[in-house]
Each structure stands twice: as structure tokens, then as C-alpha cells.
Design a binder for this molecule. Sequence first.
Ligand code: FE2
Ligand code: FE2
Length: 300
Amino acid sequence: MARSVTEWVNVTGDISIIARESGEVWFHTSSGTKEDVGPFATPMTGAGSAGSTVGLLDGALNLGFAGIEKRLARPDPTLAGYIVALAGAYHTSVDTPRNLRRAASRFNALGRPEVAAYLEERAREETGHDRLALKDLHALGVPGERLVANFIPEGIKPLCERFDALCAEHYPIGCIGYSYCLERIAALKQKTDIEKVQALCPDGVDATRFLRSHSCLGSEVAHVEETIEFVASLPATDRIRVVQETYESALIMAEGYNHELLKSETEMLEELQQALGEALPYRLGSYPSHGEKRGARPAA
Ligand SMILES: [Fe+2]
Ligand SMILES: [Fe+2]
């Protein structure tokens, strides 16, 4: 009988994630002494498996998100927060196909057509997602193009910059870790999360196209599954880099969440109105904005 696969990756100075094909995952903190020469002290070199690879990827996400303020992790949505999130969703989507194709052509040049083919397929699947966010903004009566031209949520900007930089690297395998982070977090969104947003929207308005497609109801679930299978098939050095980048992207995303979620609804409304150069449509801007309700939830 074939031996069960165990994979491990060192993600920070002293923390490694260890995952078994059976689904067990644990974190190992090295003591930093010379005696610390356990089996996980050197990088893994063997083949991956879907069961152990998903353990590493989700372990990296959990570790990266450990710093998020728990009380803010699942806020009640507000309309202002949702509009901010849609602007963020636009910015994290608009350059994705172009960036992925750039990384794909690099892998073609490097003689890795299987990685290139995977990235080109993702580029096709992600095409038009920025339009979904714009349509949602329009449905709410917000001039989406003008908003996104003048406004990128501060907590989202570092994520976009990270992805741009990863796709432009000489060996851009890290972009898969970034994409996994965003898609896995999106796939955690439940039907009830969408219903809560729907309840905030004026009657008869469908403004959850992006959210639906980037939730457990949409294509993200399949994207996540395909990515796990693909990452598991990669050589160990690539898997290590992908898991490390999943961790780094999760850290950046968690910091962005903390930043955006700490804003009050009034602050968010002010930001939006400043970017638009006018007040939000009456029926959106007329809800009570004097409270200290918080709740922009950056959309992946
Ligand atoms: Fe997408
Ligand atoms: Fe996706």
C-alpha cells in the first residue's frame, strides 16, 4: 500500500505548517536551537496530494487571519459598507485577466506550459467580473465608473499592488497563492450573507451579482477545488512558494479588513460622496448615518 502523503512548509521565521493526506493539520514552532533538527527542518521535496495540499493552504490562511479583530470578522452589512466593498471588488477584479495572462506567458517562456494553461483558463474564467461589480453599483443608482475611477478603498489597495507585483515576477508562481486566498475567502460567504445584503437594497433592486458569483453559491467553489488539485500536482518547490504566498496575502487581506471595518458608516459615506463629487442617491443616502455602526466588508 502506498504511504500516506505528508507535506510541510515553513511560512514565517519559526512556524511551519504540517499537513497529512488524511486531513490532519498542525503548526510546528521551532525552538531555534541547533538541536531542532526534526524531519520538518528542511524543505519538503516529495509529491503532493489534494488532502495534504488543502491542509497547507487553509492552514496558511488561518495563520494569516489570526491577527484579524474577531469582533469585526463578521459585521452586519451596511449599504455604505457594501458600496465600498463593491468598489473594492471592482479593483481586485479589473486587472486579474491581464495579470494572469502576463504570468502565463512567462511560464510559457520558462517551458512550463501546464502552469501557463492553468493560468490562461483562470484568466478566461475571471473575465468580466469587474463588470458584475459595476452593474451592482449601477443597480443601486451609483455611477460605478465614476466611483471606481476616483476611489479605491485603502484596505484593498495593498492587495491589488501585491497581485500586480506577483504576476510581474520572473517566476510568478506566487500569484496562485494570492488567488487561492481571495477565492477561498469568497467561497466562505453563505446564502445568508447574500440575503442580508439583499435586505438592505431598495425593493426590486438586484445588486448582488458579484457577491453571488463570489460566494458558496457561485463559481468560486469550483475555482477553489480546481486550484487545490492543480497546486497538489506541482513540484514541491512550487507548492512551498504558493503556500507561503497564501499566508502573505492573507496577512495583507486581514490588515485591510481591520482597516476598513474600523470605519464608521459616516466616514464611509463621506469617502463615497467625496469620490463621486455628489451625494449618494436619495434613497441610499437617506438612511440614518449618524450612528457609529461599522461594517464595510471588503469583498474578495
Ligand atoms: Fe472573480
Ligand atoms: Fe474566481
